[in-house]
Design a protein around this ligand. Sequence first.
Ligand SMILES: NC(=O)C1=CN([C@@H]2O[C@H](COP(=O)(O)OP(=O)(O)OC[C@H]3O[C@@H](n4cnc5c(N)ncnc54)[C@H](OP(=O)(O)O)[C@@H]3O)[C@@H](O)[C@H]2O)C=CC1
Ligand SMILES: O=C1O[C@H](COP(=O)(O)O)[C@@H](O)[C@H](O)[C@H]1O
Length: 597
Amino acid sequence: MAATFSQSTHCPTSSANINRIDQQRFCLSSLVNPKRCRTRKVSLKQTSNGSSIIKAVHLQDGAATMKSTPDENDGPVNILKDGILSVPPVTPPEDSIDIANFDVNKDKSTVSITVVGASGDLAKKKIFPALFALYYEGCLPEHFTIFGYARSKMSDAELRTMVSKTLTCRIDQRENCGEKMDQFLERCFYHPGQYDSEENFLELDKKLKEHEDGRVANRLFYLSIPPNIFIDAVKCASSSASSANGWTRVIVEKPFGRDSASSAALTSSLKQYLDEDQIFRIDHYLGKELVENLSVLRFSNLIFEPLWSRQYIRNVQFIFAEDFGTEGRGGYFDNYGIIRDIMQNHLLQILALFAMETPVSLDAEDIRNEKVKVLRSMRPLKLDDVVIGQYKSHTRGGVKYPAYTDDKTVPKDSLTPTFAAAALFIDNARWDGVPFLMKAGKALNSRGAEIRVQFRHVPGNLYNKKIGTELDLTTNELVIRVQPDEAIYLKINNKVPGLGMRLDQSNLNLLYASRYDKEIPDAYERLLLDAIEGERRLFIRSDELDAAWSLFTPVLKELDEKKIVPEYYPYGSRGPVGSHYLAARYKVRWGDNGSEQ
Ligand SMILES: NC(=O)C1=CN([C@@H]2O[C@H](COP(=O)(O)OP(=O)(O)OC[C@H]3O[C@@H](n4cnc5c(N)ncnc54)[C@H](OP(=O)(O)O)[C@@H]3O)[C@@H](O)[C@H]2O)C=CC1
Ligand SMILES: O=C1O[C@H](COP(=O)(O)O)[C@@H](O)[C@H](O)[C@H]1O
């Protein structure tokens, strides 16, 4: 069998180049998505006509070797020329069909994506638009069907009308967009049903089968529903609507519990119906472009990694800010608060990627192993190291902005934090003593998410007198701005041009909008595509989740039990001043409070 890496009609790629393959995930033409492939692994499925299996091919130095094949004696796979794989004959055992992997013959397989909770906010806002974007980019398999499932009564046409209102075209690619939208909508269907009804899921199964039309059926369920009904839906989907001959995967949305105990209970309930490798716990921050880029920055540039330790880094800050309140989601939010909503997952996940050791490879398990190690090296957060706040009403320019407790779904006496700042520590050799500060808040004066790395001062700096005495202001700072206006910039001291010798701080600035003329895909696009491809790297493994909860559960319990009153801050302000006192205790100044941002 010779499989080519050449252009695919779905996701066209430039002609394969083995060096580039090593950098990117690369798929064979028969796979769904050559364009954005990033791993060196390619998995093909055994076909019924006896052609070879390649379960995992590692491409190195112009040759590819099989990591896992049906027979230990399988020889190397050679690249005959750019993009052509020559696979030695393999006689696989008859029962070796590996349904977890891709089918060489794409015409024989199909992917059905069921959005459970299709009538909801997340489905409308993120999931359907992301699926359309994937379709538009040619990244969905040739045979795919999308089903919406929820209790609301809706026809296929009504679902299409609802979905059509949320679809947008890429700014940089408007060609045929209307036509593509119509084609996409024709592939969307709806089935009304209860989340705990086996019967309703059996009806869904029947409809899915009609669309699958005898092909190998791969099924992805996206649970876009409130957490109290996760298990009902998983139970019914797994017992009544699992694929009989392909893979079945379930994307689970956060929150994954409220604390260690409830999270463990959720995991064990999920595992009654699913294997761990069927569960895709989504943290959409891991799908953000600059979060993905964090490892690239660290591990593919010589200049950062040697500085990436307590020796050169003074502190690291993870900052999340929204300039709007909990509008519309107060009911959900009040049961969770900002620590559970943002810190325990989004910010902690970024921290883990930031601080982990170099993984053995880019394989999901190698990366997740390293993340778990960092999380397990961290000190559980102490109450002393946390500041909480809640926004109050504020009138500005004649406009009255509401207090958190003005939301009708929030109890008037709620103490739920809408803001929190925290100091965390990693007790390992690399990070001993370095404060990792987090700050997250709603209804602040701006919206953004960023990582700030503040470096130590230059010892015995010859130029100290020329830059002033404020050491904090003259040290280097690396900023990774996740959103908006994605950018990576490094603050350096620089000579102000002229005959004198005066220094100022300037930025070496990689602003994505100036550097790349491509629109950045939404995080949900990347994550949905990964789930379809079976790539788990950006999803949370259960041991990561356990470790993450262990860090926050004690303090969350204490906050609840002691009924700690949050510091009130005006809607649209910078948040509680307490966060500055907390930072100052560790000799840190928040980087987002300077004039530059
Ligand atoms: N919205 C967002 O921005 C984000 C959401 N999430 C998570 O994604 C999931 C979905 O969020 P979102 O779309 O906002 O949720 P919604 O509250 O909009 O609920 C989704 C759908 O679930 C059904 N539903 C709602 N409440 C109940 C209930 N008590 N019992 C049974 N069914 C119910 C409704 O459909 P019907 O009545 O038709 O059955 C609803 O349309 C949640 O787990 C949420 O935490 C995560 C990150 C961001
Ligand atoms: O998970 C959540 O994230 C959103 C913020 O996501 P972003 O991609 O828009 O930055 C937040 O508003 C929400 O409260 C939280 O549940």
